[in-house]
Design a protein around this ligand. Structure first.
Ligand code: IPD
Ligand code: CA
Ligand code: CA
Length: 264
């Protein structure tokens, strides 16, 4: 597949940061057994990954702005373009030695996401998409799953955790969904969960309380794979509301209906 120069820059940045994360992940697995635990080490790995991504993107497009999980917002000289970056999505997995985490990079132009890359370095799976040119998992073109029957569908979600989110609402939502589907999954890295919908591995996904950097790259992966993505009101305000629901046309609609029915 031929990638544009811009997408190449994003892929290089994600892979370079990802290689660093994999080295650090090996060390985390050693630290698991020590009493101090790997928490400080992990936050350092996170910051190092963000610096790698930042430096690569800044060198390639010095004028673009940034929205980064760790470093926050940096206005660019060019007001049209903004990178949205989660250098390590799936931190809890990483910290616990679970090989399911990613580097996520998206590019926004005039408020619209035009390119996205999600890289899972532990599996060496690279998901990349650019507006109008399709989405790819490594060299393979991705399509969302064609399943239209809910009871055959596997649905991903995010479960709120200590100090985060509305636990009771989530339990109501799971109750509403679990009895109608083949299975619910909670892998623990939103960018990869969305990439799984793009790849047709998940038939749908929903979550509340996400940030722009958790979703931005995944959103364009899904759109370019033929899926629908919206917030739970079927609007495109995912970044403002923090909630997201996605799937093919049928599953998106059904999932939204079930989750909304349980939310109130
Ligand atoms: C988290 C993951 C997780 C989601 C959380 C996010 P982090 O991001 O994407 O799947 O449920 O809400 O905060 O902290 O690992 O970058
Ligand atoms: Ca994240
Ligand atoms: Ca993160």
């Amino acid at each position: 597949m031929a990638r544009s120069a811009l997408l190449n820059v994003m892929v290089q940045a994600a892979m370079k940061a990802g290689r660093g994360l994999v080295r650090d992940f090996g060390e985390v697995q050693n630290l698991q057994v020590s009493r101090k635990g790997p928490a400080d080490f992990v936050s350092n790995a996170d910051l190092k990954a963000e610096k790698i991504v930042y430096d690569e993107l800044k060198a390639a497009r010095p004028d673009y702005g940034f929205l980064m999980e760790e470093g926050g917002e940096e206005k660019g000289v060019d007001p049209q373009h903004r990178w949205i970056i989660d250098p390590l999505d799936g931190t809890t997995n990483f910290l616990h030695g679970i090989p399911f985490f990613a580097v996520s990079i998206a590019l926004e132009r005039d408020g619209h996401i035009v390119a996205g890359v999600v890289y899972n370095p532990a599996l060496d799976e690279l998901y990349a998409a650019e507006r109008g040119t399709g989405a790819f998992l490594n060299d393979r073109r991705m399509r969302v799953a064609g399943r239209s029957v809910l009871h055959e569908s596997v649905i991903g979600t995010g479960i709120p955790f200590l100090g985060h989110g509305d636990h009771e609402r989530h339990m109501r939502e799971q109750m509403a969904v679990m009895g109608n589907v083949a299975g619910i999954r909670r892998p623990g890295a939103a960018s990869l969960d969305l990439a799984f919908v793009a790849a047709g591995r998940f038939d749908g996904f929903w979550e509340h309380d996400l940030k722009a950097w958790d979703m931005a790259a995944g959103i364009i992966l899904i759109r370019e794979s033929g899926g629908l993505v919206s917030d739970l009101d079927d609007n495109q305000n995912m970044f403002d509301t923090g909630n997201i629901v996605t799937g093919n046309e049928k599953i998106h609609r059904e999932l939204m209906r079930m989750v909304n029915g349980a939310s109130n």
